[in-house]
Design a protein around this ligand. Structure first.
Ligand code: IMP
Ligand code: MG
Length: 180
């Protein structure tokens, strides 16, 4: 991949926001036994950093959800491709996601989690593209509001690449245009 990546959110900005989110979450869940669900694959970088700033007893599990191929996300059809290992029945669950775009993925995930009878479910997204929202799924914690730009890094991919960048950036193509 020869495209140029331009920084949108620096590593320092990410780390300071993640710390702030972790501390807020720790306060909100004080006295509770938190159950954190990280959504594979994109959210694992964020989730791993976030939980280290949540000074509470907590359990971490993973779920993977994928839309049925290209062009179907907006129809809202998605499937769970990796199930939770642990039971969330009667647990206070915090779902950690990399980005809220149309929110169809999150909507599907919330319905799936509801069937497992958690005591509560809240959502934490590192990034939110409010202008892209198509379904109403409340976000309880948001790291950064961003414009309608396609972003990569810190877990986010373009064709499975760039997840390992320590910052969040946009891609400029050969013509200098920012990929949307
Ligand atoms: P939604 O169902 O439209 O909210 O899509 C959410 C998923 O789409 C995220 O979990 C990401 O995997 C992917 N996605 C949405 N926007 C971006 C982006 O700008 N960069 C990388 N992945 C994205
Ligand atoms: Mg994702």
């Amino acid at each position: 991949m020869q495209a140029r990546i331009e920084t949108l959110i620096t590593e320092a900005e990410l780390q300071s926001k993640v710390r702030e989110l972790g501390e807020t979450i720790a306060k909100d869940y004080e006295g509770k036994d938190l159950f954190v669900i990280a959504v594979l694959r994109g959210a694992i970088f964020f989730a791993c950093d976030l939980v280290r700033h949540i000074d509470l007893p907590l359990v971490l599990d993973f779920v993977q959800i994928s839309s049925y191929g290209e062009g179907t996300t907006s129809s809202g059809r998605a499937k769970i491709t990796r199930e939770l290992d642990l039971s969330i029945e009667d647990k206070d669950v915090l779902v950690v996601e990399d980005i809220a775009d149309t929110r169809h993925t999150l909507s599907n995930l919330m319905s799936f989690l509801d069937t497992k009878k958690p005591r509560s479910v809240k959502l934490c997204a590192l990034l939110n593209k409010e202008s892209r929202k198509e379904v109403e799924v409340p976000l309880d914690y948001v790291g950064f509001e961003i414009e309608n730009l396609f972003v990569v890094g810190y877990g986010l991919d373009y064709a499975q690449h760039y997840r390992n960048l320590p910052f969040v950036g946009v891609i400029r193509d050969d013509h200098g245009e920012i990929l949307q």
